[in-house]
Design a protein around this ligand. Sequence first.
Ligand code: 2NE
Length: 270
Amino acid sequence: VTWETVKNYNEIFFERAGKIAKITMNQPEKLNAFTPGMVQEMIEAFTRCRDDTTIGVIILTGAGDKAFSSGGDQSVRGNGGYVGSDHIARLNVLDLQRLIRIIPKPVIAMVKGWSVGGGNILQLVCDLTIAADNAKFGQTGPKVGSFDAGYGSGYLARVIGHKRAKEVWFLNHFYSAEEAYQMNWINKVVPLADVESETLDWCQEILTKSPTALRFIKAAMNADTDGLAGLQQFGGDATMLFYTTDEGKEGRDAFNEKRDPDFDQFPKFP
Ligand code: 2NE
């Protein structure tokens, strides 16, 4: 494929090849540690992917072969969060996690090398993960005075089980791609040289499927795991579909035309 730049950013690459978008964290000298600025750029790029009706699937990855991401950039960690050019300490990666979860299109993590700390949680919240055989996964928070008690804990426990999730967080070991696969943490392991072509194959296959069906499957799983926030998203998707029906439009048109709505004309399905 030929990747075309969608927009130039300082700390990420944002490219597309047809209906496939690729967002690449780009701070390889720090193993793609993320700063608030990088996170803000990713939020903007993901939002563009969400709004662009011609994009069907998004890949999240890291620059180079050594790392997906090593998590929050500890050199800009301040008092209460990570500090960007505006001098405000924040944990805006949590907003990015939510965005990846609610964007109604499949997001695939393509992992090469280290997937660590908050970087590994980004991998976790992606819908699917394809890893190169050099990938290594782990949480280091308790070693560096940090933790993710949101998706990083509760959702991790859903994905790999409570015992394993506690092991990951209490011992801070690193796990090979093969071990992560055995733990159901990731979907597939392939040789490093093949990771992009394999990921693209998965993207192409996904693109042949009904986007609305995929949207509802993703929302349904969020409704199960994300409580009322997940249900809100699922409900919103139902509203979106209802707005496209004659029955939904009758309500709008009757209001605008200052008449009573005629809902009797619509079938009451079993
Ligand atoms: C990932 C790991 C184990 C790799 O070790 P190694 O030996 O292969 O590489 P090395 O030499 O440690 O790293 C290469 C360069 O990248 C920097 C290093 O300091 C080093 O720089 P130089 O010495 O060459 O100048 N680097 C790596 N990770 C960095 C980071 N996160 N921030 C800033 N610089 C980093 C090893 O590098 C490692 O353990 N890295 C730290 C992993 C970590 O603890 N991440 C933060 C977890 S907390 C978090 O992400 C978080 C959260 O828990 C909640 C909310 C938001 C964020």
